[in-house]
Design a protein around this ligand. Structure first.
Ligand code: MLT
Length: 392
């Protein structure tokens, strides 16, 4: 028996696990110090009433013989897939119900999709970026090429700067930088993918934060994207499902490579390796897309936007360069005084008890930068903003 030696090429632990270990050690050494967590993008507001009411009702259904549900459809219940279609249609984007695959979150599907793609494909990944794209491809042993996202290109690299690759990862609004592609920029990516026969894996987990008209919320707003892109969406950040787990992936039926439709391959993969998301969770997810659910979740997004404005205001007041925070819950700041990302992590923790995420954890291109999340609670975020003004 031999292990998959590709795992030996990974960093020793996943970024957020490393931060959690470091924080645990610090707390042990400083038991009386208060900690303000602006690190991992985990939400703090509870599920909205529309969702919990739907889930309570579903729990009761599961407890009665006449309404009990066993295995559900692997692709997700029709009621939820229809609701997702309606969510897209309200923005003028038409997706077929059978093109939607309900999942337990974007992270799983972003990793799992690699099952249906050849190991011989080369992969293009922006740097810095959400570490899951790199780690899952390292695990599989694929050849990765990097595309620099930097201050000069507004952390939104375009295809004319890109080395050739078969699979292209795009994340917009971006994790970690908060930068979001315009429709015009995405048109260039779609044209590039079509020209080179490449597949775009489009991570739209933060689409609900987009508030500027010129920015895209879905890659399918672009003509031709149905022939070259898969889109990954999540209710984690949109509706506070980080602990509840539900997302959806769109695989258009028109997506075909070498005469083989990816939809059929993905369906085959899912029906073999996945038994679907719990009925109760899918009922809760359906409620997110109801008019009441939309009104309530939008109020939560506004709350987080308010947090982002507080953090951005503190950086602005101290003349610290940053981007993001407007169409995204993340603020991407330059570390002060030439500090490295981890030096600033230690400095912020020691001086203010604030935990953030070192930019270098998202790739070498993130060195010298730092990410703050707006998902904290208002009181602590206000406190953090005050402390940032004091120590920067
Ligand atoms: C993050 O902080 O980058 C995210 O919470 C990670 C994730 O969504 O898996």
């Amino acid at each position: 028996m031999k292990i998959n030696e590709n795992y030996l090429r990974l960093e020793e632990s996943y970024l957020f696990a490393s931060i959690a270990h470091k924080l645990a050690a610090w707390k042990e050494a400083n038991p009386r110090r208060e900690v303000i967590r602006l690190g991992i993008g985990d939400v703090t507001l509870p599920l909205v009433p529309a969702v919990t009411e739907a889930m309570h009702k579903a729990v009761d259904e599961m407890g009665r013989q006449e309404t009990f549900h066993g295995y559900g459809p692997e692709q997700g219940y029709s009621f939820l897939r229809e609701a997702v279609c309606g969510y897209y249609a309200a923005r003028g984007t038409i997706i077929g119900e059978d093109e939607i695959f309900v999942s337990d979150g974007a992270k799983s599907d972003l990793g799992n999709i690699l099952d249906v793609l050849s190991l011989q494909n080369t992969v293009l990944i922006p740097d810095p970026v959400y570490p899951v794209y790199v780690d899952t491809n390292v695990m599989a042993g694929r050849d990765i090429r990097y595309l620099s996202a930097n201050r000069e290109n507004g952390f939104l690299p375009l295809p004319d700067q890109a080395p050739r690759a078969d699979i292209i990862y795009l994340c917009s609004p971006n994790n970690p930088t908060g930068a979001a592609y315009s429709r015009e920029a995405l048109r260039r990516w779609v044209a590039y993918a079509q020209e080179h026969g490449a597949l775009i894996l489009y991570d739209a987990a933060y689409e609900a934060f987009v508030c500027e008209e010129a920015l895209a919320r879905s890659i399918y707003e672009i003509d031709g994207a149905r022939e070259c892109a898969i889109e990954f969406c999540s209710l984690s950040k949109t509706a506070g499902f980080t602990g509840t787990r539900c997302g959806y992936t769109v695989v258009p039926k028109s997506l075909s490579f070498g005469g083989h439709g990816l939809h059929a391959l993905w369906l085959r993969r899912q029906t073999t390796k996945f038994n679907g998301v719990p009925y109760i969770v899918q009922r809760g997810a359906q409620a997110v897309f109801s008019p009441e659910g939309q009104r309530q979740t939008r109020a939560n997004l506004d709350y987080y936007r308010g947090n982002a404005a507080l953090l951005a205001g503190a950086l602005q007041a101290r003349g610290v360069w940053y981007t993001g925070g407007k169409n995204s819950p993340y603020i991407w700041m330059k570390c002060p005084d030439g500090m490295s990302s981890w030096e600033f992590f230690d400095y912020l923790l020691e001086r203010a008890g604030i935990v953030g995420t070192p930019g270098s954890g998202f790739g070498p291109g993130g060195e010298g930068y730092f990410r703050l999340t707006a998902f904290g609670d208002r009181g602590r975020t206000e406190k953090a903003a005050g402390l940032l003004k004091e120590i920067l």
